[in-house]
Design a protein around this ligand. Structure first.
Ligand code: COA
Length: 342
């Protein structure tokens, strides 16, 4: 007798976030570089950002966000089957930040690894974890986006240092039989990359000679590789590529823009966010915006925005969320999720 074929879906069952205590406002930046609050806010939508403390590491931010997500899901760390950290500012070259986070959470045994897709790390991680869960490999996965971007800034370059911040966001992903929970959970994802754009946005490897095709490495005061960016070219590409990928993910899932309740975008620049929302014909009441208070926290930005809007009670069960991100490489992508938490 043929058995019933179970269809597995990936549900977000816990959400958490952590922002370091220290807040750096645009006014504070006026004493560091030749800039002003009005310029930064008008061009980017940013008013302030959080900055990691001396002695704190990306893994500490990640572990704090993870603890909140576990509590939200009503789980302990021992209930997990896998741990993924999306980061472009790892504690070390190796071991991975994920293994450090696992240890700081007091666990061992289950697999833990990092993924590097810069600002798209969380969107890439969600697609990867969803595929592994639906394939039956894992039942419960902790996915974290965590960054200490302030550590790779050139604090003399006003065109980049005003844009970024530090923080971490985390989700618990759990397998559920589709027959138990209708059509909730991750609906689908689209991921893209094009490495030919890499000269437009990068932080080079700190080892001498590690970036042979790119001499004249930018370094900060301590001699550490810092972010270099051609802002207006990145801006133009982000608007175009995000506009395309939100259409692609909807087509991939046979859905229409009108079915999207919330855009949960990467928080790099309010003007990029609004351009993507316009493409979807979404008004301000359907866009999660945290860039004003968080700035660009790279892989942490999407889960931090999700966590803020979830905790404020704005995201409700049954609503469709469209997550998107764009980052250096370029790498970009989007996920569609039907929210299934109460
Ligand atoms: N304060 C004051 N003036 C600044 C400044 C700052 N912090 N940064 C740059 N400027 C100046 C520039 O020097 C330039 O002056 P000039 O005309 O005398 O040369 C002027 O402002 C305009 O610079 P420009 O780069 O053309 O501004 P912009 O409107 O493109 O805005 C960004 C700059 C960086 C805000 C914008 O390009 C951007 O957001 N890009 C995408 C960044 C991003 O999202 N990166 C991460 C992707 S994951």
């Amino acid at each position: 007798m043929a058995g019933r074929l179970n269809i597995i879906r990936t549900h977000i069952t816990g959400v958490g976030g952590y922002l370091p205590e220290r807040v750096m406002t645009n006014k504070d930046l006026e004493s560091i570089v030749d800039t002003d609050d009005a310029w930064i806010f008008e061009r980017t939508g940013i008013r302030e950002r959080h900055i990691i403390a001396d002695g704190q590491h990306t893994s500490d931010l990640a572990a704090a966000a993870a603890r909140q997500a576990l509590e939200d899901a009503g789980l302990s760390v021992d209930d997990l089957d896998a741990l993924i950290v999306a980061t472009t500012t790892p504690d070390m070259i190796f071991p991975s930040t994920a293994t450090i986070v696992q240890s700081k959470l007091g666990a061992s045994g289950f697999p833990a690894w990092d993924i590097q897709a810069v600002c798209s790390g969380f969107v890439y991680g969600l697609a990867q974890a969803d595929a592994m869960i639906r394939a039956g490999m894992f039942h419960r996965v902790l996915l974290i986006g965590a960054e200490s971007m302030s550590r790779i800034m050139d604090w003399t370059d006003r065109s980049t240092c005003v844009l970024f911040g530090d923080g971490a966001g985390a989700v618990i992903l759990e397998a559920r039989d589709a027959s138990e929970d209708g059509h909730g959970g991750v609906i689908g994802s689209v991921l893209k990359a094009d490495g030919s754009y890499r000269p437009l946005l990068m932080a080079r490897h700190p080892h001498p000679g590690a970036s042979p095709d790119m001499p004249d490495m930018a370094v900060d005061a301590a001699g550490v590789a810092a972010v270099e960016m051609q802002g207006n070219e990145v801006f133009r590409n982000a608007v175009n590529k995000l506009g395309e990928v939100v259409g692609d993910v909807l087509a991939h899932c046979s859905m229409q823009p009108a079915e999207v309740d919330w855009l949960i975008p990467h928080q790099a620049n309010i003007r990029i966010i609004l351009a993507t929302a316009k493409k979807l014909k979404l008004d301000a009441g359907h866009i999660a915006i945290t860039v004003e208070k968080h700035a660009n926290t790279s892989a942490a930005s999407v889960p931090l925005a999700l966590n803020s809007y979830y905790r404020e009670g704005r995201i409700r069960k049954g609503q469709v969320l469209l997550l998107e991100a764009f980052g250096a490489g370029f790498v970009w992508g989007a996920n569609l999720v039907r929210w299934s938490k109460d």
